[in-house]
Ligand binder design. Structure first.
Ligand code: WTA
Length: 693
């Protein structure tokens, strides 16, 4: 069948010999090979022997069956969960080809289940009620807590009962704006238990961004806390929510209830601003509710959550995931990509405000009955050894993080790592952006003592779970490559015209057919869903990423090809930053591009044209940056503001970003053809102004 399979097949011949050398330091082996791409890093014999998928051959068999018989393959996995009502005989139906009508994806239609029931009650009934579900580690070392599966269920039920009491019903939206406290996964699970649709907003977003999301999904309740400590700073989250709720009212959306957790270690309730009638302290009400709550059985295709993400226009997209397929997919991908075993202690550093925290802090691991570490703090507080301190404290076996964190810790030096044992670690993971081979090697050699395979998982908010990922015991890895597709996934690389290209090649990464974890729509805008993802290359799902495939069939992600920048693994639309900049009264026009950044992967580089007569100054630069922080959040603050008296435009007025990208990255020799510009002179002017700020 597909191209990569032939390669995997040929690799299946390779192991006996390869396994013998696998005892050597794989990196030494790699160093003797000519190019980066040939740099194979083998899992150790011991690792592979105990792995769920332990050879290319085994992967090939499972992959083939997942492609030849998706219904059978996924039904078998789905059957491991509890379904109150079995799905229709037809396991899935799909139309992903816009030329044949509306794009519509359905999995396990007619089946009724509950993801919280499967994550908690089912595991407790299997005898794991006393197993730790969550280890919580606070910002301050020594500030910690834990909940067993049975205790977690009680907390979830109390909140679920409270939400029902205040009138939240199946299908109602609930916005959650919380830091990484245990109450964040508790709130998600409580919503899911009663069929409410949660929309978690990362607690680093500003009041404006939060308001935008509230206005879009009109929640019955907003759940937050009064404040949070991050590093040595306290952030007053409740005040941000207050601002957002005022803004929402101005736009006709009035939220009647703001359930606020008192986070005592950050701020006392007496010091918190309060609006009687609307605001309620979590601690005053939730603990009074019963610790048992009946389960609402949810249709497989009923919505589970909405998660807003950035696209190429200013308006964030409400990615909608449904219940059954997402449950099956997040659980299966977690299990195989991390080679999960019941004895593992798993830590994912992502915040639940992003998709990684949904699928791989909350749902995927808990559905597997795993013990999860939830960390509230910052990885460099009190110092850069914090992560490894936590690894040793909880004996973490699977550690999943982002390349930006790896790079920033790498810069601090090995001593922060080697000071700690890290003997418990057995699998490492990476997500959010391509991991550069040097960061990969440091992660592998220093953090993992050349012992732990790295699962470099490529996926997206839209895909719900891993799409291209190593199965750590199955085959040799190549530093920087996400390797091969997960079961059921058919990635293809297409050219400009949408033709599939075979073999060694580069192009646009698309996916053929649907998979259970795929998002079903953009909330309230199915047309945008089709236009953005299914129209660019008819017949395929378009990821927005560039990709190449090497001679061995390994996939190498090369980054976004649309107007999205990936800053420290956070997706930010250039249009969002531009609209924040032009909201500043002195900014007439803005054009934002991504540039390579040593730590963040990409940095934000903003060209701004000022209103006639306004001089550029350091003070103005600061207030422009502040405008972005206020409109979006601190994580989207531009790294560079480049004053641009004029922008390079075509005669029809279109900004030529290609040229701006070259100027931003200093590739001044490669500006290309500038003759089609309305005023080619602006290019020289921009270059001249490049270093004077
Ligand atoms: C990028 C995060 C290379 C990619 C899960 C994608 C990656 C976007 C990887 C989605 C990876 C994520 N290698 N690139 N392992 N993982 N990306 O929606 O550009 O926040 O399109 O989901 O991150 O970002 P999102």
């Amino acid at each position: 069948s597909s191209d990569h399979l032939r390669h995997v097949e040929s690799m299946a011949q390779l192991p006996s010999g390869a396994r013998r050398i696998s005892h050597l330091n794989a990196v030494i082996l790699g160093a003797s090979l000519a190019s980066e791409e040939n740099d194979l890093v083998f899992p150790s014999h011991d690792f592979s022997r105990q792995a769920l998928v332990s050879s290319p051959e085994q992967y090939r068999k499972m992959y083939e069956s997942s492609i030849e018989d998706p219904a059978g393959f996924w039904s078998e996995i789905a059957s491991q969960f509890y379904w109150n009502n079995k799905w229709d005989p037809e396991v899935y139906s799909e139309n992903i080809d816009v030329r044949k009508g509306t794009v519509k994806l359905e999995w396990f239609k007619g089946g009724r289940t509950n993801i919280t029931y499967n994550a908690l009650d089912r595991n407790i009934e299997a005898g794991n009620g006393g197993k730790v579900a969550i280890y919580w580690e606070g910002n301050e070392p020594g500030d910690d807590g834990q909940l067993t599966y049975a205790q977690l269920l009680e907390k979830v039920c109390q909140l679920a009962n409270y939400l029902k009491h205040v009138g939240v019903r199946k299908g109602d939206a609930v916005v959650i704006y919380l830091p990484m406290l245990m109450e964040l996964p508790i709130a998600m699970l409580a919503c899911a238990r009663i069929g409410a649709v949660h929309s978690v907003v990362f607690a680093g977003f500003s009041a404006e961004s939060l308001a935008q999301r509230i206005i879009d999904c009109k929640p019955k309740v907003v759940i937050t806390c009064n404040a949070v400590r991050r590093g040595s700073k306290a952030i007053h989250l409740k005040e941000i929510v207050d601002g957002a709720l005022i803004e929402s009212v101005k736009n006709g959306v009035s939220v009647g209830l703001c359930l606020t957790l008192e986070n005592k270690s950050a701020m006392k309730r007496e010091d918190s601003k309060w609006q009687e009638g609307r605001d309620v302290w979590w601690q005053d009400v939730v603990p009074q509710f019963p610790i048992k709550c009946s389960v609402e059985w949810i249709d497989a295709e009923d919505p589970l959550f909405l998660l807003y993400t950035s696209g190429s226009t200013g308006k964030p997209k409400g990615v909608l995931h449904t219940t059954g397929g997402y449950m099956v997919y997040s659980a299966a991908t977690f299990k195989y990509a991390f080679d999960y075993k019941p004895s593992d202690i798993y830590w994912c550093t992502a915040d639940c405000g992003w998709i990684t925290g949904h699928s791989y802090v909350t749902y995927g691991p808990l559905l597997n009955g795993a013990t999860v570490v939830v960390f509230e703090g910052a990885p460099n507080y009190p110092d850069s050894g914090r992560c490894w301190d936590i690894v040793d404290k909880y004996k973490v076996t699977i550690f999943y993080t982002a390349p930006t964190l790896v790079r920033s810790l790498m810069r601090e030096g090995d001593e922060y790592v080697t000071r700690y044992h890290r003997k418990s670690l057995r699998v490492l993971g990476s997500v959010g952006e391509p991991i550069n081979p040097s960061a990969w090697r440091w992660f592998y050699n220093v953090v993992g003592d050349s012992r732990c395979p790295i699962s470099d998982t490529w996926w997206q908010t839209e895909t719900g779970g891993f799409m291209i990922t190593p199965l750590p015991g199955a085959w040799p890895q190549k530093p920087g490559s996400a390797t091969f597709p997960f079961f059921g996934i058919q990635p293809v690389i297409v050219d400009e015209k949408g033709n599939e290209i075979e073999g060694e090649c580069s192009g646009y990464l698309c996916i053929k057919k649907s998979w259970p974890g795929a998002f079903r729509t953009l909330y309230g805008d199915h047309e945008r869903y089709e236009t953005t993802y299914f129209k660019p290359f008819a017949g395929y799902y378009f990821s927005g990423d560039g990709c190449s495939r090497d001679k061995d069939g390994y996939f190498w992600l090369t980054g976004r090809v649309d107007d999205v920048i990936n800053v420290s693994g956070h997706r930010i639309g250039t249009a969002e930053v531009e609209s924040a900049l032009v909201s500043h009264p002195h900014c007439a026009e803005a054009a934002v591009v991504g540039v390579e950044h040593e730590i963040k992967g990409q940095g934000i580089y903003a060209f701004v044209t000022l209103v006639e007569g306004i001089p550029y100054s350091e003070e103005l630069r600061k207030s422009l940056v502040l405008a972005v922080r206020n409109q979006i959040g601190a994580f989207a603050a531009p790294d560079k503001i480049h004053w641009a008296p004029g922008l390079p435009k075509t005669r029809s007025g279109k900004i030529m970003r290609r040229i701006l990208r070259k100027i931003a990255s200093g590739q001044l020799e490669e500006l290309g053809d500038t003759s089609t510009l309305a005023d080619p002179g602006v290019v020289d002017q921009l270059i001249a102004l490049r270093d004077c700020q």
